[in-house]
Write a protein that binds this ligand. Structure first.
Ligand SMILES: *Cc1c(COP(=O)(O)O)cnc(C)c1O
Length: 455
């Protein structure tokens, strides 16, 4: 019986990143970390709602697994280049996320002066090794440039990525290593790959920059959530053509950085396997560089969501319901939080999530519902791809018992996107690690929010 419910809610499956989840005998959601376990229903009642539950052990496991897969493929193919993982900080800048990833061997990618300021803070706190390399993307404002210069002087490997001819000029006297960003003329299946965008330089523009001092990295980034495996390989093949030409002018070039975009299985449907993608990246690069007669490039990936999204869930209490007269769903369930303020991608890109109950997971009768938040905005709502969400019925709850739901895979982007429409408080954040539960952030108080608006 329990097994059927586990299957129904798509838990306990590696390919869905739900292998750490289970259901206990009382029909409650359980998180497993090795032999430790946490009861989400208890956590929600103890720490209040809404809460974000971060699982750093998931980050560590995912990065360790990815590194293993790359080493395996590199060994098997007899590939001579190295693999390095850079965590794109914009995906999740929280201390509780960045530090465990660094401990697990991640290097970093920053997009702004303020993200690089976080790096400076970590460096000053001696939280990390000077061997860490930080790639710096994004427009190089004077504040950003000053920080790049400052930190490079401190023996960190700070590698600015040149995105325009002006930046090439501004960085002319920079002593450290540098990279250049290629704007590939190729369209892939990703919401973010626009026909025309402002990132990077065309091949011609890069070649016209001539010889660049200490050029090490050719970088490109197609967009997030690339769900077609062939797109990832097609982009690599296209970029390699430029790599060969740029290397002729700059023999120091030894690394290709394929950016982010490895997809997350948000909807728990068919998706490519990481092993397959990685193997194809390595064998494609081996094949192409052998044919071009150049050394195998080092490989960098900046797969952010892929590593971070499954490491967090957001738990809401259902605080009310309303009948729907005409619709594919029967009821509105109102959450104690908001899709607009807490999970902004629901609104901005119509992100689909895997929503599951936290208690009564073994309910036989379920209801088709639409979820809605506390703001007064008609866009503050959620339904999955079938046009509704299936959840237990409120009338089946025992007297005085509340219903909680969990939205899975919320560890990428949503924290930094949080906003204050209708002055809704951001959820509290708790961290599960080594069997211990710690509160990283309390739920925002009215005073804290009021202050942001001058009250
Ligand atoms: C956003 C971004 C990433 C991360 O993308 P994901 O889809 O989260 O993997 C990596 N590199 C660059 C340059 C980016 O802009």
């Amino acid at each position: 019986m329990k097994k059927n419910f586990k299957q129904f809610w798509k838990l306990g499956k590696k390919e869905f990143n739900t292998d750490q989840f289970d259901i206990n005998a009382d029909g409650e959601l359980i998180i497993r970390e090795g032999n430790y376990q946490y009861n989400v229903y208890d956590l929600a009642r103890k720490f209040g709602h809404s809460i974000k539950i971060l699982m750093p052990f998931v980050l560590e496991q995912r990065l360790a697994k990815l590194t293993d897969i790359f080493s395996g493929s590199i060994k098997q193919a007899g590939y001579k280049g190295r693999f390095t993982y850079h965590f794109p900080m914009k995906v999740n800048q929280n201390k509780e996320v960045v530090l465990p990833l660094i401990a697990e061997g991640a290097h970093l990618e920053a997009t702004s002066a303020n993200e690089l300021w976080v790096v400076k803070k970590m460096w000053e706190g001696e939280n990390f090794h000077a061997k860490i390399r930080v790639l710096c993307n994004g427009p190089k404002t004077s504040q950003y440039l000053n920080l790049i210069q400052h930190l490079e002087g401190k023996d960190l490997t700070i590698t600015p990525i040149i995105e325009s001819p002006e930046e090439a000029e501004l960085l002319k006297d920079f002593k450290g290593e540098r990279g250049v960003r290629l704007n590939l003329d190729l369209k892939v299946n990703s919401h973010w790959d626009k026909k025309i965008d402002r990132f990077g330089l065309s091949e011609e523009e890069i070649l016209s920059l001539g010889k660049m001092r200490n050029l090490k990295v050719l970088h490109y980034h197609m967009g997030c959530q690339m769900t077609v495996e062939n797109d990832i390989i097609a982009a690599l093949r296209e970029a390699f053509k430029t790599y060969v030409k740029v290397r002729r002018q700059n023999p120091s070039l030894d690394t290709i950085d394929i950016g982010g975009g490895m997809a997350v299985n948000f909807e728990k449907k068919e998706l490519y396997r990481t092993e397959s993608v990685v193997k194809r990246i390595v064998t494609t690069l081996k094949d192409l560089s052998d044919r071009a007669g150049i050394p195998h490039p080092n490989i960098i990936t900046e797969w952010g969501s892929y590593i971070a999204a499954p490491s967090q869930m957001t738990v809401f209490k259902i605080v009310g319901s309303k009948n729907i007269a005409k619709g594919v769903a029967q009821k509105w369930y109102i959450i104690d939080g908001s899709f607009m303020t807490d999970l902004l991608d629901t609104w901005s890109i119509h992100q689909k999530w895997h929503v599951i109950p936290v208690n009564h997971m073994d309910a036989k009768k379920k209801e088709r519902v639409w979820l809605t938040g506390l703001t007064c905005d008609s866009d503050d709502k959620y339904a999955d791809a079938d046009g509704h969400v299936l959840l237990p019925r409120l009338e089946d709850m025992a007297h005085g018992e509340d219903m909680y739901i969990a939205v899975l895979d919320t560890g990428a982007y949503q924290d930094a996107f949080a906003m204050h429409h209708c002055l809704i408080s951001s959820p509290a954040k708790i961290v599960l690690q080594n069997g211990l539960v710690t509160v990283a952030r309390k739920r925002e108080s009215p005073e804290e929010i009021g202050k942001l608006f001058g009250w």
